[in-house]
Design a protein around this ligand. Sequence first.
Ligand code: DGY
Length: 323
Amino acid sequence: MSKPRVIVTRRWPQEVEARLAEHFDVELNREDLPLDQDALKAAFSAADAVFPTVTDAIDAEVLAAEPLRARLIGNFGVGFNNIDLDAAKARGLTVTNTPEVLTDATADLAMALLLCVARRVGEGERHLRDGAWTGWRPTHMMGTQVTGKTLGLIGLGRIGQAMARRAHRGFDMRVLFFDPFPPAREVVRELGAERRETVEAVLEDSDFVSLHCPATPENRHLMNAQRLRGMKPGAFLINTARGDVVEEAALNDALGDGLIAGAGLDVFEREPEVLPALIARENVVLLPHLGSATRETRVAMGLKVLENAVAFFGGAEPPNRVA
Ligand code: DGY
């Protein structure tokens, strides 16, 4: 029997690409250049499955491909806001994602951003590399203490929980959270977290706010000008979720007006574009969407896509089906 034909839209870790070839007639993207919308659409006519990443917009137009050969979209990523799920369902496509395997890597990076912005790590590095350091002195580059402070989490799903564990156990932080679908009471108790009924109630009491909610239409600009004003003066905002959860221009204004002390951002509204005004700010730590970017995690993500696809083409229910 011939192997299902699969198109992979970007380069994956080499060992996973090799594993894909064992199971599928696979077309890899060795150049690693992003496919435009026409090329993505053509992929849906040419292959039984398309494996996009979170930066490929699999919208209704792409999914209108005729003839449609594909039956599976194996997204390389836990977030799937790049895919029009209604359009996929309407065309009879199954969609899978890659949860769990990137939880720790993403929480590690959120904690890294929190520490870097509080302790002025980016700024200090630039200062030293620029040759501006004249030596130790008691008032030099004083930052903000992290240990023992209050962390507010917007979203207490898998990554939010992993962040809570790091903050509470590692840094003795008090943890507050808002989540419309909170985890079981025992989980919350085990994390030492305290539930608040509204986003606002978390913001007003938190020294650090870290976003871990999905990119749904309801969460678009969840952190808008009004909510940013509602943060505790001198607090910091960390975003490793999705760029459009924060209204970037409003964040820039809040930083400019000194309403909050700083921000650590791994995701942006118009990636890979970043507001030049944010880039110019010393009190903002900026990373190029690296949440899951460890070798171990990226391999595990690829293997998850593979596992789902093998199940699907073997006639079984894929373990991480989202549509
Ligand atoms: C995801 O998986 O959704 C991340 O943003 C990329 O790893």
